[in-house]
Write a protein that binds this ligand. Structure first.
Ligand code: PHE
Ligand code: ZN
Length: 884
C-alpha cells in the first residue's frame, strides 16, 4: 500500500498486507544527553504464499543505521540497503520465525518536529501517530502490523528518575555510572503508532480505580515539577470516564496501570498510547486562578476521549490510515455522549453543532474538501481534520438515530466482540449495525465516501379546509473539489409539529416518495419525499431537524412569526435555540450584504426582544441561556455570505447588533450580570460554569452598549477566578483596544501570570484577536516579545494561529499586510515544525469567497508560499490543494 509510482500519493485501493508478519518486538532505548541509542529486535516471519525472494522493506525517517543482525549474525553489507528513509533486506528465511536486530541512533534534542523521540523542557517523550515510530527505528510502520512489545529504557537516574512505557511495569534496577533502567511489557497486540516512552524528572499524582469486575488499576498523572496539584480535576475526569465506559458500553480497562503524562510541547491535544497517554499540558493542568470554565470542559473532554480510545482505537485499531474516522469519529461520538451525560445534553449538543459549522462546514465547502474516509492522501498528518473527527462523529450519531438505542448498543457489542485485537475497516463497523438491527446500511455508507455538505430543503403547505399539512423534503449535494459522488444519501430527520400550546401534536403521516416515517423520525433516502399529516387542529409550527439529526445545510423558508413561536414554545430545547440563532444569522447575513455605509439595523426589535426574553427566562438552564446570547461569529456570517465577502462590513454588522441588543436589553442584562455573578467559592461544575457564562455574556453586551470600560475594569480587578478575569480582559482588549485602561489591565495580567506559560498563551491570544486593523502592528510586536517562540506549538497557535483563524478584521486587512505577515511566519515555522505550519496555513483556504481585492491578494500570497523552495510535504500539500 505504501508509496505508489509517483512516490507521493497513497491510495486506499492499493491496500495489501505486508509480505512479512511481525510476531513481537523487544526494544532497548538508551537515553543520553544529546543522543539516544535504539536497539529493536523484531521477530518476523514471511507471510505464507509470499515469494521466497521477496525482500523486507522497512520504513525510516531521518534515521542512521548502526548495525543489523539476523539471528545473531551480522548481515553482510550486500544483503541490505539503508537510507535515512528506508531499509531493505534481502535473503531472509523462506519460512519460520527469524529475529532481525536493528540498531539506530537518533538525536531527540534536534527533533523540533515533535514526531518520534523528542525532548520537552528536558523530558524525553515520544509521539508516534501517525508515522513517528519510523523516526525511532526502521519498522513496518503501519497500523495493520500488530505485535506485543517489551521495552527497556535506560537513562541517567538524576535526569530521569521516572521511566515510563506502554503496558505494565515488570522490572527496574540500578546500572553503573548513576544510570538506571525500567522494563515495561505490553501484552496487548498493538500497532507502532501507539508506542510511547517517557523519561524525566516528573511529579506524580497517584490514585486508583476499581473496575466493574473488581480489578484494581493504579492511575498516575505525571507533570512537570511542582504542578501535580493542578492535575486533580483531570484525575477526577479520568475516573468518571472509566466508570462511564463501563456503564454505557460495558467496556472495562485492561491493564494494571493507566498513566497520563502532561508535557508543554505537543503538536496536538493528546495521544492515546496504550496505557501511557501523552497530553499537551493544556489539557491536564488547571486551577481556578489559571483556567477558565472552557478549559475545565476541554480537559474533561480530552481526558475522556483519550481514555475511550483504549477500546475504540487501541483494542480495535485501523487497518490503514484511510480508516482514521473508524477510531476518531467513533471516539468523538463517545466523548460527546460522555459530556452530554455528565453535563447538560442540549447545551453540549449546541456546542458540538457550533463547532461542526465553524470548522467542518467550511472545510467541506472549500478546496480542502475530502470525504470522511478519504480515498487518497499525500501527507496523512493533514487528515486529522474536522471532517474525519467531527463529521465522523455525526455519522456514528446518525447510525444510532437510525437503528435506535437498543440496536446501537447491540451493534457496538458486536463490534467489540468480533474485532477485538484486530485492525478493522469502516465496512467491518457498519456490518455490525446491519447485523444487530437486521437492516441494510449500504446506502448509508455513501456518507463515508461522498464529500460535501448536503442541502436539505424543506417546504410546507397548509390546507386549512382539510386541516392537512404537507411537508416536502428534498436533498441535494453540490459538486465540490473532491469530485466524489452526488448520490442521494440517508438523512435521518427528527421533527415535531408544535401546537400553540407548546406541545407536539401526535399525527400520523402518509409518505409519498423515498422516505420512511416512524414516530418523530423521517428517514429520507431519495431525492425527495412528501409527508402529509391529516386531522390537525390548527396549522402547526414545523420543528425540523431536531437536535441537528443530520449534518446538512438546512434550507427551510419559515416565517419570522413561526420561528419566534418556536423560539418560545418548541418542546425540543435544541430547536428553540436554533430558531433564534437562524433568525439572527440570516438577518446579519442580509445586512452584511447591503452596501457599506448602509447603517439600517440588522436585527428587528422583535428578534432582539425574543433573544432577551430567552436570556431572561428563569425557567431555563443558565448555560442554555448563555448559548442563546452567543451571536454567530464573524466567520459564520462570512461563510453564509459565501461570495464577495467584505470582513470589515461583517464586523460592522456584528458590532452594531451587539450594541443594539445591549441597549434594548439593558435592564434584563444588568439583572443577569448581578444575579449570576460568581460567588466566592469556585466550583468547576457545569451548573456553576453556566451561571458565569450568562453573567459574562451580559457584561459583554452592557459594555458594547454603553461604550464604557468601567464595569469590565471593575470585574477584572475584583475577579476571584480566571473565567471572570479573562472574560473582563477580553471585553477590554476587543471592545476598547488602545484605551489606557485596557493597556494597564493587559500589563497587570502579564505581570501576574508571567510565570505560567498556559496563561501567557491567553495573553497573546487576547491581543492577537482584537478586531482592529492595527492589531497587525500589535502581533508583529508580540512576535518579537522575549516570551514568543516558534518552538512551542501552543505559543504559535496562541499568536499566529489565533490571529489568522480568529481575527477576520486584521488578518484580512484590505492592504494584504496580514496575509504577508502570516505567510512569512508560515515559511519560517515550516523549517521547525511542518505539522503546525500546515495547520496554520489552512486559514487561507476560503480565499475564493472574498471580494476581488482580498481574493487576489490571498491567492497571490498562497502562490508565493507554494513556490517557496524546500517546503515540507505537509505545508506544500495544504497550499497546493488550497489553490485547486
Ligand atoms: N489520536 C489523537 C487523538 O485524537 C490525536 C493525535 C494525532 C495526536 C496525531 C498526535 C498526533 O486523540
Ligand atoms: Zn482521538
Amino acid at each position: 500500500m505504501q508509496r505508489t509510482e509517483d512516490g507521493q500519493t497513497v491510495r486506499l485501493v492499493d491496500y495489501r498486507p505486508t509480505d512479512f508478519v511481525l510476531l513481537g518486538v523487544a526494544m532497548t532505548l538508551k537515553l543520553f544527553e544529546g543522543r539516544a541509542e535504539v536497539l529493536a529486535r523484531l521477530s518476523l516471519e514471511r507471510r505464507p504464499g509470499v515469494s521466497a525472494n521477496a525482500p523486507l522493506h522497512l520504513d525510516g525517517d531521518e534515521l542512521v543505521l548502526e548495525s543489523l543482525v539476523l539471528d545473531g549474525a551480522p548481515l553482510a553489507p550486500e544483503t541490505y540497503e539503508a537510507t535515512p528513509d528506508r531499509l531493505m533486506v534481502r535473503g531472509l528465511p523462506e519460512s519460520g520465525r527469524f529475529e532481525l536486530a536493528v540498531e539506530t541512533r537518533i538525536a531527540p534534542e534536534a527533533n523540533s518536529k515533535l514526531m518520534g523521540l523528542f525532548r520537552s523542557n528536558g523530558i524525553w517523550c515520544t509521539q508516534c501517530e501517525a508515522e513517528g515510530f519510523r523516526r525511532i527505528t526502521y519498522f513496518l510502520d503501519r497500523p495493520d502490523v500488530l505485535a506485543p512489545y517489551r521495552v527497556r529504557i535506560e537513562a541517567d537516574k538524576a535526569a530521569a528518575p521516572v521511566l515510563l512505557g506502554n503496558g505494565n511495569p515488570v522490572d527496574s534496577g540500578e546500572l553503573a555510572d548513576g544510570r538506571h533502567y525500567a522494563v515495561w511489557d505490553d501484552p496487548f497486540n498493538k500497532p507502532s503508532y501507539l508506542f510511547a516512552v517517557v523519561a524525566g524528572d516528573l511529579d506524580l499524582l497517584a490514585d486508583e480505580f476499581v473496575t466493574m469486575s473488581g480489578r484494581k488499576v493504579t492511575l498516575g498523572i505525571y507533570t512537570e515539577k511542582g504542578r501535580s496539584e493542578q492535575a486533580g480535576y483531570a484525575m477526577d475526569a479520568l475516573k468518571r470516564s472509566m466508570a462511564w465506559d463501563e456503564r454505557r458500553f460495558g467496556r472495562e480497562y485492561d491493564l494494571d496501570v493507566f498513566n497520563v503524562v502532561a508535557i508543554a510541547d505537543f503538536n496536538m491535544g493528546a495521544m492515546e498510547n496504550k496505557g501511557l497517554n501523552v497530553f499537551n499540558h493544556k489539557y491536564v493542568l488547571l486551577d481556578p486562578d489559571i483556567a477558565t470554565d472552557t478549559d475545565y470542559a476541554g480537559v474533561e473532554t480530552v481526558i475522556a476521549h483519550e481514555y475511550f480510545h483504549n477500546w475504540t482505537g487501541n483494542r480495535i485499531t485501523c487497518r490503514d490510515w484511510f480508516q482514521l474516522c473508524l477510531k476518531e469519529g467513533l471516539t468523538v461520538f463517545r466523548d460527546q455522549e460522555f459530556s452530554a451525560d455528565e453535563r447538560e445534553r442540549t447545551v453540549q449538543r449546541i456546542g458540538s453543532v457550533r463547532r461542526l459549522k465553524a470548522h467542518q462546514f467550511p472545510e467541506d465547502q472549500g478546496p480542502l474538501q475530502h470525504p470522511v474516509r478519504p480515498a487518497e492522501y499525500r501527507e496523512i498528518n493533514n487528515f486529522y481534520t474536522a471532517t474525519v473527527y467531527d463529521k465522523g462523529a455525526e455519522l456514528v450519531r446518525m447510525i444510532a438515530t437510525i437503528v435506535g438505542p437498543q440496536d446501537f448498543r447491540k451493534g457496538m457489542d458486536l463490534y467489540f466482540e468480533r474485532h477485538d485485537g484486530e485492525a478493522a475497516t469502516i465496512e467491518d463497523f457498519i456490518t455490525c449495525f446491519e447485523d444487530a438491527a437486521k437492516t441494510d446500511l449500504s446506502q448509508f455508507a455513501l456518507w463515508y465516501a461522498q464529500a460535501g455538505t448536503p442541502t436539505l430543503t424543506v417546504t410546507e403547505s397548509w390546507d386549512a379546509k382539510a386541516r392537512r399539512h404537507e411537508v416536502t423534503l428534498r436533498q441535494s449535494l453540490a459538486r465540490g473539489t473532491a469530485g466524489t459522488g452526488l448520490e442521494p444519501m440517508v438523512l435521518p430527520v427528527r421533527f415535531g409539529l408544535v401546537g400553540g400550546n407548546g406541545e407536539d401534536s401526535v399525527a400520523d403521516g402518509q409518505v409519498a416518495g423515498s422516505a420512511k416515517l416512524k414516530d418523530d423520525l423521517i428517514v429520507l433516502t431519495g431525492r425527495e419525499a412528501t409527508i402529509t399529516f391529516n386531522d390537525l387542529p390548527d396549522r402547526p409550527y414545523l420543528s425540523i431537524l431536531r437536535d441537528f439529526s443530520a449534518p446538512v445545510t438546512l434550507d427551510h423558508e419559515q416565517s419570522e412569526a413561526a420561528r419566534l413561536a418556536l423560539a418560545r414554545l418548541d418542546p425540543n430545547l435544541f430547536n428553540r435555540w436554533r430558531a433564534l440563532d437562524d433568525l439572527v444569522a440570516e438577518a446579519m447575513t442580509t445586512a452584511a450584504k447591503r452596501a457599506p455605509g448602509d447603517t439600517s439595523p440588522a436585527l428587528k426589535p422583535v428578534v432582539i426582544e425574543a433573544l432577551i426574553a430567552l436570556a431572561g427566562d428563569d425557567g431555563l438552564d443558565p448555560a442554555f441561556r448563555a448559548q442563546g446570547l452567543a451571536l454567530p461569529g464573524e466567520s459564520d456570517i462570512a461563510r453564509q455570505i459565501a461570495e464577495n465577502v467584505d470582513p470589515d462590513r461583517v464586523h460592522e454588522v456584528v458590532d452594531a447588533a451587539r450594541a443594539a441588543i445591549g441597549t434594548a436589553g439593558h435592564a434584563v442584562l444588568e439583572r443577569l450580570r448581578d444575579e449570576f455573578a460568581s460567588s466566592k467559592e469556585f466550583s468547576p461544575d457545569a451548573a456553576s460554569a453556566g451561571r458565569r457564562a450568562l453573567s459574562n455574556a451580559a457584561l459583554g453586551y452592557i459594555s458594547a452598549a454603553t461604550r464604557d470600560p468601567g464595569p469590565a475594569i471593575a470585574q477584572y480587578q475584583s475577579a476571584t477566578n480566571m473565567t471572570d478575569r479573562s472574560a473582563a480582559l477580553a471585553i477590554l482588549a476587543h471592545r476598547f483596544p488602545g484605551d489606557p485602561q485596557t493597556e494597564r489591565a493587559l500589563d497587570d495580567f502579564y505581570r501576574r501570570y508571567e510565570a505560567d506559560d498556559l496563561v501567557l498563551d491567553k495573553w497573546f491570544t487576547l491581543q492577537a484577536t482584537a478586531p482592529a486593523h492595527d492589531t497587525l502592528e500589535t502581533v508583529k510586536r508580540l512576535a518579537a516579545h522575549p516570551r514568543f517562540t516558534m518552538r512551542n506549538p501552543n505559543r504559535v497557535r496562541a499568536l499566529v494561529g489565533a490571529f489568522a483563524a480568529a481575527n477576520q478584521v486584521a488578518f484580512h486587512r484590505a492592504d494584504g499586510a496580514g496575509y504577508e505577515w502570516v505567510a512569512e511566519k508560515l515559511v519560517a515555522l515550516d523549517g521547525i515544525n511542518p505539522q503546525v505550519s500546515a495547520r496554520t496555513a489552512t486559514t487561507f483556504r476560503a480565499w475564493r469567497s472574498f471580494e476581488p481585492g482580498r481574493r487576489a491578494k490571498l491567492e497571490q500570497t498562497l502562490r508565493q508560499v507554494s513556490e517557496t523552495k524546500g517546503l515540507s510535504k505537509d505545508l506544500q500539500d495544504i497550499v497546493d490543494r488550497s489553490l485547486k
